[in-house]
Design a protein around this ligand. Structure first.
Ligand SMILES: [Zn+2]
Length: 208
């Protein structure tokens, strides 16, 4: 689990050096709280990566989480700190139960709770709308994607309807919004291996 966090740290360094990077972190991290493991997660890789980026000069960090589950650990660890903004779209109500739209932190949390089974274009649009809200009058120095692929259609732990092409579209749209500033993907969930491979491939190709 420490090696997984180390992968996320190295991905940040690579992203700052070359513009984009992806960390194939296992176990994932976004459910992990400061002193409690949860939901297959032991160490919150993406938050540690965000803090590492800040020590390297990226004062403001945006985290976008498209895993089908709410990143409750990430939210808990950043919700009092306006230097990090957190956008999460997730199935709701669903595990872990958090992630309502009125959970706003100090105005830095942008939750997009959605039921399963919606048209895929709705998820694509609604996440980007929340990202645009987070980017209003605020410019991050680095973007971290909590890239979970259990949001793809057919995953046994989620009921979203996304296809790998949507991952490509999201990744390209996020890169466009960052205008050359670093974009770093950190792997979260994904529980059907063939879909996980397709999703990661789409994401990495769009980062490359
Ligand atoms: Zn998940």
């Amino acid at each position: 689990m420490l090696a997984s966090a180390g992968v996320a740290l190295t991905a940040v360094e690579q992203g700052i050096a070359s513009g984009t990077a992806f960390g194939a972190t296992r176990p994932p991290g976004h459910h992990a709280l400061a002193a409690q493991s949860m939901g297959f997660c032991f160490v919150n890789n993406v938050v540690i990566a965000a803090r590492h980026a800040q020590t390297l000069g990226c004062a403001r960090v945006l985290i976008v989480d498209w895993d089908v589950h709410h990143g409750n650990g990430t939210q808990a660890l950043v919700e009092a700190d306006p230097s990090i903004r957190f956008v999460s779209m997730h199935q709701y109500p669903w595990y872990p139960g958090t992630g309502a739209a009125d959970e706003r932190g100090v105005g830095n949390v942008f939750n997009v709770p959605r039921p399963g089974g919606l048209p895929r274009a709705t998820y694509v649009r609604d996440l980007l709308a929340a990202v645009d809200a987070a980017l209003t009058s605020w410019t991050p120095d680095l973007l971290l994607v909590s890239a979970g692929f259990d949001s793809l259609a057919g995953d046994p732990l989620g009921e979203f309807t996304l296809e790998p092409d949507d991952i490509t579209q999201w990744t390209e749209a996020l890169r466009e919004r960052m205008q050359g500033r670093p974009v770093v993907g950190v792997l979260e969930g994904g529980y059907r291996l063939d879909l996980l491979a397709k999703g990661v491939s789409a994401h990495v190709r769009a980062l490359a």
